[in-house]
Design a protein around this ligand. Structure first.
Ligand code: GSH
Length: 213
């Protein structure tokens, strides 16, 4: 049995859960919180980050590495496009979504949710304002230029679609949504990905976990 360590609302954990569900692979989830300094967990993942996947003796850290393992070991349904150029683009979107987009959009969630609830610190609202006013808009301009007017980036739903919008699910939990008048295409794209049946199922479960439903 595959065991996923990681709290549901993390965009990185969400990615692995969506991948497992798309491939209909059974798993068990342990709601491991980040930033706890849990020494037992650090034995599995020396970075202390979530998610980690354990399957028997195999332990895999990092959501991208985990999803590539799932794809390699169970190729259908595919999480990545097969054309090499599309695959490179998909990897770039996953990278972008997991780095700068996560730092900014999920950073709002970190400040307003994780800091008070987990770290028992106040949110840095000055930083949140800077993210919203200065740092996110150029990234949102780029995202607006990359997503299609309808459907998903590569036709069928792929992990890249989730990667680009997932940090904004967290931002929405923390009260921020991109201005629909300024970034209409990306806003519609977020809505389309959210209602994909597998994403919807994962989001409903995590909203219940967070007490938001
Ligand atoms: N590149 C990693 C990033 C994982 C990550 O940063 N997870 C956050 C939670 S959303 C975390 O565990 N942070 C704790 C820390 O940085 O110590 C992945 O894709 O799995």
């Amino acid at each position: 049995m595959k065991v996923v360590y990681g709290a549901s609302a993390s965009p990185f954990v969400r990615k692995v859960l969506v991948a497992l569900k798309i491939k209909e692979l059974p798993y068990e989830q342990i709601q491991q919180m980040p930033f706890t300094g849990d020494t037992d967990y650090m034995k599995l993942n020396p970075l202390g980050k979530i998610p980690t996947l354990q399957e028997g003796d195999l332990v895999i850290c990092d959501s991208t590495v985990i999803c590539e393992y799932l794809e390699d070991s169970c190729p259908e349904p595919a999480l990545y496009p097969s054309d090499p150029a599309d695959k490179a683009r998909a990897r770039w979107y996953e990278e972008l979504g997991g780095t700068r987009v996560a730092e900014l959009a999920a950073g709002i969630f970190f400040q307003r949710f994780m800091r008070p609830m987990v770290l028992k610190q106040e949110a840095d609202e000055e930083l949140v304002e800077k993210i919203i006013a200065n740092r996110l808009p150029p990234i949102l301009d780029y995202l607006e230029s990359q997503v299609p007017e309808s459907g998903f980036v590569f036709g069928d739903f792929m992990l890249a679609d989730l990667g680009l919008m997932s940090p904004f699910v967290n931002a929405a939990y923390a009260g921020y949504e991109p201005d629909a008048a300024r970034w209409p295409r990306f806003n519609d794209f977020i809505r389309r990905v959210k209602v994909h049946p597998v994403v919807d199922e994962v989001l409903r479960a995590e909203a219940a976990m967070l007490g938001l439903s």
